[in-house]
Structures are given as C-alpha cells and as structure tokens.
Design a protein around this ligand. Structure first.
Ligand SMILES: O=C(O)CCC(=O)C(=O)O
Ligand SMILES: [Fe+2]
Length: 316
C-alpha cells in the first residue's frame, strides 16, 4: 500500500452531502498526518496535460542562449525562465539540479494587483506555449479552490473562507526540467529537502520514482501518483495559519540510479498562493492549551519575501 492516501475530488463536488463529508474527512485526516494526498477527479483534461508536456519539452530543448533571453533580472525569478542550478533549498549551498519556467496570475479587474505582479513572459518561438500554460494555470487554480473549500470545512471555517484571499492570488505554475546528469553530482540533488512556501501545492508529473516524503519516523517514503492523479501537499503558509494542525511535510527529489542518469525528469507544480494581504496569523480555533500559538503574526506577502531571499531568488 502506498504511504500517500488517495482521494477523489468528484466526491466533494458531487452534490451528495455524504460524499462531500467523506472527502472532507479524508483529506483533513491526511493533511493532519502525512501532509500529502494523491487526488483524482480534478479539472485537468488528459489532452491539456499532454499538450503542456509537449510545449514545455520544446521550450527546454531551445538553445541555451534563447532560454537565457527569457531570464529577467530584478523580479526574483517570479516570471519567465530560471536557469540551471540557480535555486537552492533553504540552508543549502549547492544549487538544485533543475531549470524551470514560471507562469503567474492572469489578473482580472484589479489594477492594483496588475501593477503589483510582474507580467507573464511570452515565448516568441512557441506559438501555443503561452495559451496552454494559461489554461493549465486556470484549471489547477479551480481545482485548488475546491480543495481549499474542503479544508475550510475541515477547519470549521466558512466553506468560502479562502475564496476572497485566493481570487487573483499570487500563485505560480512552475514547469521544471531536471536534465540528464552528466557528471558525479557530489552533494547536489535534483531538489534538496524542503517544505513548500505557499498554501497548498498541486503537482503534475509525480508518476515515476523520484519524489520522496519524510514520514513521522523520519524515513523517506516514495510519493508516486497514478497518471490520473495530482499529488497535493500542504505548504508552510497553511501550516502557519493552522498552527501546524495541517502539516507541511519535508520532501525531496532524489537523483536516479546511475544507469538512469541519461534521462530527464519533468514535473509541474502549481504553488497556490493567496493575495499578499492575507494574514497568516494562527487561527483562534487552532490554538489551545495543548497547542500554544507557535508562529508570529505575518502576512502572505511578507512571508513570501522572506522565503525568496532564503532560496537565493531575491537579494536583500
Ligand atoms: O519535481 C517534483 O516532483 C517536486 C518538486 C518540488 O517539490 C518543488 O518544486 O517544490
Ligand atoms: Fe516542493
């Protein structure tokens, strides 16, 4: 049996109260324990997923000089391309063995946020890349909205509690390419052990081996999803908000065995962020004598800024 429980979002949106409660209880229990679930019944079609993989493979195969022209100074890697080895996990000096692209929010009817967020970057060489990225972004955002509604119910909040904070939120869709390994990586790994910064992460591409999650015994367990499932996990923002009732579990992507060094890995996390004003102050109903308040008050914007400095993406 897999260490990661499976849930089906169709239960939540079925219109059947018992199925909705079942989904809420299952995902709530999983997020209080291992912090990860494999989710089917999401809003991504097979066709869209195939198209996105095709586009991102084409992008990462472009000449390095073309890719470099999409790496934009001064926006902390928040949009466009980030080259190989730039990002490192918190507290680690070796860069991760990956290059990636960022799609950001498509703001609607909000001039303040349009000014706050960097513009999305258009890849001129690939006519469909941008539209396919946008559609995937919006389908994952919709999936995340329902997952957060279930979590709100689990936390005994209003079902729509997160809705106002995630509308036009600062989420990021990050197609990642881990290239073939060509020489002994020493201490560097594809993605060193880390917790995600955001509220929740929806990960496409966890079908092969590589992603591992640290369980409560401190052992690394494989997190492998079926092809129709997204891997979903709690990020540090949600862990803070819930005073660590929901667990942001440390995970990593290990290097393959030497005979597979010649293969690339492609994965596509969607990091669900709220707007920067969202308070991350621990919820009152998550604080009691046995669970004293464990985190200082902050906002999503302040917290994100602090964490991007630690990752080497933003300078102080
Ligand atoms: O590549 C993966 O499967 C996971 C990547 C990851 O954990 C991350 O980018 O935060
Ligand atoms: Fe992660």
């Amino acid at each position: 049996m897999s260490a990661i429980p499976s849930v089906d979002l169709k239960d939540f949106v079925s219109g059947d109260a018992a199925r909705k409660e079942k989904f809420t209880a299952e995902i709530g229990a999983a997020f209080e324990d291992i912090g990860f679930v494999a989710l089917s019944g999401h809003f991504l079609s097979e066709n869209l997923v195939e198209q996105l993989y095709a586009e991102i493979k084409k992008f990462f195969q472009l000449p390095q000089i073309t890719k470099d022209s999409y790496e934009i100074e001064g926006i902390g890697g928040q949009r466009g391309y980030t080259s190989f080895g730039k990002e490192h996990a918190k507290g680690k000096k070796e860069g991760d063995l990956k290059e990636f692209w960022h799609f950001g929010q498509y703001v609607e009817n909000n001039p303040k946020l349009e000014a706050e967020y960097p513009d999305n970057v258009k890849v001129n060489e690939l006519p469909d890349f941008n539209d396919v990225g946008k559609e995937t972004y919006q389908m994952l955002e919709k999936t995340a909205k329902y997952v957060l509604r279930a979590l709100a119910l689990h936390l005994e909040l209003d079902e729509m509690y997160f809705d106002e904070w995630i509308k036009n939120g600062n989420s990021i869709l990050r197609p990642i390419h881990y290239p073939p390994i060509t020489s002994e990586p020493k201490n560097a790994v594809r993605a060193a052990a880390h917790g995600d910064i955001n509220l929740i992460t929806l990960l496409m591409g966890a079908h092969g081996k590589g992603l591992q999650v640290k369980n409560h015994q401190g052992e690394w367990v494989d997190a492998i999803a079926r092809t129709d499932q997204l891997m979903i996990n709690v990020g540090d923002m949600l862990s803070r908000l819930t005073n660590n009732k929901l667990k942001s579990t440390i995970h990593q992507v290990v290097n393959p065995p030497k005979e597979l060094w010649g293969t690339s890995r492609y994965s596509i996390p969607f990091f669900m962020h709220p707007v920067s004003e969202m308070p991350l102050n621990c919820l009152d109903n998550c604080i009691d004598e046995d669970h004293p308040k464990g985190f200082e008050d902050t906002t999503a914007g302040e917290y994100l800024h602090e964490r991007l400095i630690e990752l080497g993406l933003v300078k102080k």
